[in-house]
Design a protein around this ligand. Structure first.
Ligand SMILES: [Zn+2]
Length: 463
């Protein structure tokens, strides 16, 4: 019996479909700097992967094809260099997969095969039982799936050659998803490799674009939190990120009631969470929605999700119809002015449209219990202040009157470091305690346009 070990990216709503951009502030794919690979390099690669012999008679220049993207990922594995590496004090990084990624990969994989069809969300797989072929799915090989991501996937797949099949998650954000968990990170299975490779890139890669480093940092934390039956131990603190009308990010320290200025946002707008990632949906509907980082890290070209790809392809008028977006681990909700489009089944593209009850219009989502990737319910406020629970529980879309009662109107509500914070349309921040609002007074009072919890990880923060 053959066992397929799939990388289930669908669970993370990973989709990389947006048009690649050029420009100084945009991180380029992987190796980035060179558009061509030297003949000598190609011959070295073809020595192991004989399938590339034809391409190894001359310099090879990237052309955006599937083969080109495979070669670009191999080059990323071969050429990315790292500063002196030390293990983390927690479970993010041990360094046990840190020596040459190329040697590790070719020690286990002899053939790369591009396949035409894969189940939704699967990017690559291997069979067990001594077959040293890695199968790459079309989704993995578009220009918009970065060489950085692919190199992490390749390392993950190579680990399967040593064994280490996945299990079905019994709890957490990926509950019930076959092959989406390993038991524990200390076992050193394929998801441990995923965490380690992203953590290594984020912390130690030399010359890697800061936005790609920030992206990798988030990716390491997401897998550490979501892909293990026993979640990995990751030392972190959580603050509340504030965005002001001057487009400055500030970090509000919940414990000390102090504010620290960070970087600039590229636009005003509404930020939504996709797990550890932040996505900006600009107020200016001529601008595109994309990943945003708070410390001037710059931009990355890949689309944060298929929902954002869809959004970016719309006209400004169509874009203006979207008022909020929920991205959970297994469900999403596109909140439009008069309806909500639910996608409740992570294995299917099917959606359900429900009207906002009583002819009302959506205002925004609130997260009084905190943004939780595993939660099946979010709270919707209408323009008249009515509260609803929106849900995909049992894979069934619903909008029901909420029991939630608040003492004033909020445009945002999140939990940070265990405390509930609300933002009003007048730019004022409040702390909520058993439904009661108390003002949080800072120098930014009245100028705050967006709030969001933000975690920082000891391993990435310290030298
Ligand atoms: Zn796997």
């Amino acid at each position: 019996m053959k066992v397929i070990n799939k990388v289930l990216f669908a669970v993370l709503t990973f989709t990389f479909l947006s048009a690649a951009q050029a420009g100084d502030s945009v991180a380029t794919l992987g190796d980035g700097k060179a558009d061509c690979v030297s003949k000598a390099e190609m011959q070295t690669i073809a020595q192991h992967f004989s399938q590339f012999k034809e391409q190894a008679n001359a310099d090879y220049c990237y052309d955006g094809s599937h083969v080109s993207n495979l070669i670009s990922s191999i080059m990323f594995m071969r050429k990315t260099t790292f500063s002196k590496m030390t293990p983390s004090k927690d479970e993010l990084f041990t360094g046990r997969f840190a020596s040459s990624w190329w040697d590790y990969f070719i020690g286990r994989i002899d053939t790369l095969e591009i396949v035409d069809n894969c189940p939704k969300g699967v990017v690559a797989y291997v069979y067990g039982f001594g077959l040293r072929t890695m199968f790459a799915c079309p989704m993995a090989l578009t220009d918009q799936f970065s060489s950085l991501d692919r190199s992490s996937v390749f390392m993950h797949e190579a680990r399967h050659i040593d064994g280490y099949p996945h299990v079905t998650c019994s709890k957490g954000p990926r509950q019930g998803i076959q092959g989406a968990c390993d038991n524990r990170i200390s076992d050193g299975g394929s998801y441990a490799v995923t965490v380690e490779t992203y953590a290594q890139l984020a912390k130690f890669a030399e010359g890697l674009h800061p936005a790609l480093k920030a992206y990798s940092r988030n990716a390491a934390a997401i897998y550490a939190d979501e892909a293990f039956e026993t979640p990995a131990r990751v030392a972190r603190t959580e603050n509340l990120l504030l965005l002001t009308s001057a487009l400055d990010f500030h970090s509000y320290n919940v414990r000390t009631n102090s504010v620290e200025k960070l970087g600039k946002a590229y636009a005003a707008g509404h930020m939504v969470r996709r797990s550890q990632h932040m996505v900006m949906i600009p107020t200016d509907k001529n601008l595109k929605a994309q990943y945003i980082f708070a410390r001037n890290e710059g931009e990355i070209p890949q689309s944060p999700s298929d929902l954002i790809t869809e959004y970016n392809a719309q006209t400004p008028t169509e874009k203006a119809n979207l008022v909020d977006l929920h991205i959970g681990a297994q469900w999403t909700a596109r909140v439009y002015k008069n309806s909500i489009r639910f996608a409740c089944d992570p294995k299917s593209p099917a959606t359900t449209d429900l009207q906002i009850p009583n002819g009302q219009a959506s205002s925004n989502l609130l997260y009084p219990n905190g943004y939780d990737r595993a939660a099946m319910v979010a709270n919707l406020v209408t323009t008249t202040g009515e509260m609803y629970d929106i849900s995909c529980a049992g894979k069934t879309a619903s909008i029901k009157a909420s029991q939630l009662k608040l003492d004033q109107r909020y445009t945002r509500m999140y939990k940070a470091d265990g405390q509930v914070f609300g933002l009003t349309s007048t730019g004022n921040l409040y702390k909520l305690d058993v439904g009661r609002s108390a003002p949080v007074v800072t120098a930014l009072d009245g100028s705050i346009i967006e709030i969001m919890p933000q975690q920082s990880f000891e391993f990435f923060e310290t030298n």
